[in-house]
Design a protein around this ligand. Structure first.
Ligand code: SAM
Length: 199
């Protein structure tokens, strides 16, 4: 069995090697250090990033750090900020999100509401998405609804990322049935999957 110390040391080195993510590493989230680095790398050079499920801002800060590097690009963060579909129960996370993402405020456009209800608001602001991160409601119906509502914004070479694909059956199923056939290449970590949309 691998010692917990091994994982601690691995995380420590990832954090040391990625000082640009120091803010993102400090925010509580189920995202591992490695996943945060992947989100940062995928976001480099992307003009329009949209995430469903921001919680208290860890993933938004990974994207924020990438966008800040070039001072170009916008991050659309969709969430109810009511801790919906989360095991720990409902609570207002809006203040925490605002506080944690303060340093990337100029790049972040929060859109508050249920992902499938705010689609018209999104349509008024963007035509396409370069990087799409789905980390909201992980039930099959929830992921399928998010995918169905936003896939029309994707174009050739858009990147799609699904968190919790390791354990959430709904995420696994949507990726397998609906997303995999549309990508030209993909990669994964134990709990995250991403792919590039083909022509
Ligand atoms: C797993 S958390 C997101 C974690 C976040 N990406 C991070 O970096 O830590 C899921 C979030 O999705 C939100 N959520 C769940 N279902 C939603 C829906 N249908 N529309 C909008 N937000 C939703 C919850 O309020 C919660 O904040």
């Amino acid at each position: 069995m691998i010692s917990p110390r091994f994982f601690f040391a691995k995380d420590f080195f990832i954090k040391i090697k990625n000082p640009q993510l120091s803010k993102a590493f400090r925010i509580k989230s189920h995202l591992t250090a490695r996943e945060r680095v992947v989100l940062y790398r995928l976001a480099l050079g992307k003009e329009t990033i949209l995430e469903i499920g921001s919680y208290i801002g860890a993933s938004a800060c990974c994207f924020g750090s990438a966008v800040k590097k070039t001072d170009f690009g916008k991050i659309f963060c969709i969430d109810t900020w009511q801790n919906d579909a989360m095991t720990e129960g409902k609570r207002d996370t809006w203040q925490d999100f605002q506080h944690n993402t303060q340093c990337y405020k100029k790049y972040i456009i929060p859109i508050r509401g249920f992902s499938t209800d705010v689609i018209d608001e999104v349509k008024m602001q963007i035509k396409s998405i370069d990087l799409f991160f789905i980390d909201g409601n992980h039930s099959y119906e929830g992921v399928k609804a998010d995918w169905g509502a936003y896939k029309g914004f994707l174009k050739e070479d858009s990147i799609v990322v699904f968190h919790d694909r390791g354990w959430a059956e709904g995420v696994k199923r949507v990726v397998l049935e609906e997303v995999s056939p549309l990508v030209s290449s993909f990669d994964s970590l134990p709990n995250m999957w991403w792919g590039t949309i083909k022509k």
